[in-house]
Ligand binder design. Structure first.
Ligand code: NI
Length: 200
């Protein structure tokens, strides 16, 4: 296994549409996935898409660890480490939630991004089996973030309020400021976790 270099925002590889994979079970894809897992774990991310490691292929990995949620949360909030080839999703309804996201290709920054709360996603496992799952909350968010990478979309491109793009170190100050400004109003997003732990 090899640690791969992670492309950063501005590199054209992150803006291109990735190619469909003809054979999800090929050795090349297997090797790429092994390296992606090692790279993501080394960077303590929760998701990674192949274009982030300079491979324009429709391949993603992600996880939504159980410790992230509350004990009474739905099973669909969580996912073990999963590899998905040629993934797609569709929203199950129109509900959007705003939550904080980071990206291994935009190191040190966090932004509040609206995403569908409930989706169904489909794709292929590395053994060639078709996968179909429902995902909610953070699980839904990380899958949408990774599939966006396959279409050249980075999380700031999904933001509707760019004043909510902050450096990780400033997030605490930002939250205090936002709460003062919006006292009594709906706050602009629940935090999905420590910003250091949501890079995808
Ligand atoms: Ni990302």
């Amino acid at each position: 296994m090899t640690l791969l270099k992670i492309a950063r925002m501005g590199h054209p590889v992150l803006l291109k549409t990735a190619e469909e994979i003809a054979d999800p079970t090929s050795r090349d894809i297997g090797r790429l996935l092994e390296d992606m897992v090692e790279t993501m774990e080394d960077a303590t991310g929760v998701g990674l898409a192949a274009p982030q490691v300079y491979e324009g292929k429709r391949v993603i990995i992600f996880k939504s660890p159980r410790e992230r949620g509350e004990e009474d949360a739905a099973d669909s909030d969580f996912s073990p480490l999963t590899a998905l080839i040629n993934p797609e999703f569709e929203p199950l309804d129109d509900e959007l939630a705003v939550g904080w996201e980071g990206c291994l290709s935009i190191p040190g920054m966090t932004g509040a991004v609206p995403r569908y709360s409930r989706i169904v996603y489909r794709g292929y496992a590395p053994n060639g089996q078709a996968v179909e799952r429902e995902a909610t909350n953070f699980h839904s968010r990380v899958v949408q973030h990774e599939i966006d990478h396959l279409d050249g979309v980075l999380f700031p491109m999904r933001m509707t309020d760019l004043s909510m793009l902050t450096f990780n170190e400033e997030l605490k100050n930002f939250m205090e400021y936002a709460m003062e400004q919006n006292a009594g109003e709906q706050n602009a997003g629940e935090q999905d976790g420590n910003p250091d732990e949501v890079d995808a």
